[in-house]
Each structure stands twice: as C-alpha cells, then as structure tokens.
Design a protein around this ligand. Structure first.
Ligand code: C5P
Length: 260
C-alpha cells in the first residue's frame, strides 16, 4: 500500500551554486579571492570544473563579485572551451553567471533565484574550495538522492577546540568550555540539498550582520535533519596565504600522479 502523505523522493536534476563574490581579505591585497590564480587558472574555474566533472551536475551557477560578472563570464568562456581544457572533465553542464551580494548568504540567495524550475537537487560550493575531488561531490549528491534533505561533507578535527567568552581588545580571552573533540566535525562544501528545503531555509533566514556562513545551518534552524558524509582533505578552503602554497602543491602532486 502506498502512503500519499509521504514527500515524493527527489528526482535527480542537479545544479551547483558557487558563491565566488568574496573579497578574500584574509588572503592579503589583490584581486577578489575567486579570481586569483592557481597553476595559472582562476580559483573559481577550478571549483566550477570540479563540480561540472560530476555527471549528475547539469548546471553551474557562478555568483560573481558584484562588479565582476562580465569578467567572470569571459573567463568561463575562455576556460570552458574544449580547446582550452582538452580531455578534462567538464561533463555537459551549462554555466550561468549572476552578480553577488554583500555577504555569502546574500550571494547564495541570488544564485538560488537564478535556478530554473526543473532543478531538484542543489549543491552549494565555495569557490574558495577549488580542489574538491569529484568523488566527494558524488557522495553528497548520492546521499541527497537517497532521501536526506541536507548533506554536508565533514572531517574530524586535528586540533582541540576551545569556546571563549568575548574579551576587551588586547586582553587574553577567557576559556569557558572545551567541547569533546571526538564529537566535533569541520564542515566543507559542496553541501547538498533537496531544492525545496534549501529555498525554504533561505526564505526563513533574515540576513543580519555577516549573514550565515553555512547553508546547512539554515536548514537546521528549520528543524530539518542534516547529515554528514566523509569530507576530503583536498576540499580545504583557501583562506590565508599559506593555503595558496598548499593548493599549488596539491595540483603539482596531481600533475605527477595522473597527468592532470
Ligand atoms: O569569506 P569566506 O572564505 O568564508 O567565503 C566563502 C565563500 O563565499 C567564498 O567562495 C566567497 O567568494 C563567497 N562569498 C560570496 N559573497 C560574499 C562573501 C563571500 O560569494 N559577499
């Protein structure tokens, strides 16, 4: 007997939204972070390529710096040409560019507004995580297809984490708690969602201050379940100058190992 009150399982047309509108202040002066190059190619192109490499992803929406949409479009045209990416996995995804907002939450919202109606599953992926392996992308999509409304790749922590209370500038920060490390996870992207759940989460979340830095957190606020799948050490976020060194080293290792 069928139970008609159950939500229909998600179909599988999948789009990726890539917020790439941040300034990247912690990386030091220069171009917006997503436009800086790794191995000669802009970081957001690496990220777009990583998502488009999944056979399931049919559309990639890049959210550009507010004044940078024409430049992002022309870079996508340059690097998306097969002649410029011989044999590399662009799959058959289409690309769209929209201008971003003042914070990540606003940028993601603008990306979501650009999605066509026939998309069922949405991935949100930081342009600042250019080296995520396609296996991680597919694991996230697979868990959403299996019925989870929100899926996050995550890794155990190497460092112990302290919770602090705010202190006056220059004063030492008082520690208020030490959460049990074994129960903590560092979360990455792409985060994957049943489209309707993610839209509801964004509609219900007013943007205040810095806005949300994590889409799954908005789904948690709805009271909907969020589950984790294993993340990957190469899906780290390029934030500080040392991360650029690490990213170049990962790319060099890939070139040696698989002729990437
Ligand atoms: O600053 P942070 O590294 O946390 O940014 C995470 C991602 O969100 C980056 O890919 C960045 O480009 C994006 N972002 C955005 N719009 C903003 C701020 C950040 O798309 N206004």
């Amino acid at each position: 007997m069928t139970d008609d009150s159950r939500p229909a399982p998600p179909r599988d047309r999948t789009a990726a939204v890539i917020p790439a509108a941040g300034r990247g202040v912690r990386l030091g002066p220069g171009a917006p972070k997503a436009l800086r190059t790794l191995n000669g190619m802009p970081m957001f192109i690496h990220a777009a390529r990583a998502l488009a490499a999944s056979r399931s992803v049919t559309l990639v929406v890049v959210v550009a710096p507010p004044d940078g949409a024409p430049e992002v479009k022309s870079l996508l045209d340059t690097y998306a040409l097969p002649a410029n990416a011989p044999g590399e996995g662009w799959g058959s995804a289409d690309f769209l560019v929209v201008p971003g907002g003042d914070n990540r939450q606003e940028s993601v919202r603008r990306g979501l507004e650009a999605l066509p109606q026939d998309i069922d599953i949405v991935l949100v992926h930081d342009a600042a995580r250019p080296l995520v392996p396609v296996e991680t992308v597919d694991a996230v999509i697979g868990a959403v297809r299996a019925g989870a409304p929100a899926v996050v790749p995550a890794l155990p922590l190497a460092d112990t984490v302290k919770e602090i209370a705010p202190a006056a500038p220059g004063d030492p920060e008082p520690v208020v708690a030490t959460p049990e490390r074994a129960r903590l996870r560092a979360v990455q992207t792409p985060q994957g969602f049943d489209r309707a759940t993610l839209l509801r989460a964004h509609e219900n979340a007013p943007v205040d201050g810095e806005g949300a830095t994590d889409d799954a957190g908005l789904v948690e606020r709805l009271g909907e379940p969020v589950v984790l799948v294993p993340g990957h050490e190469e899906a780290f976020k390029v934030t500080r100058p040392l991360d650029l060194v690490l990213a170049e080293a990962v790319l060099a290792r890939r070139r040696v190992n698989d002729g990437y």
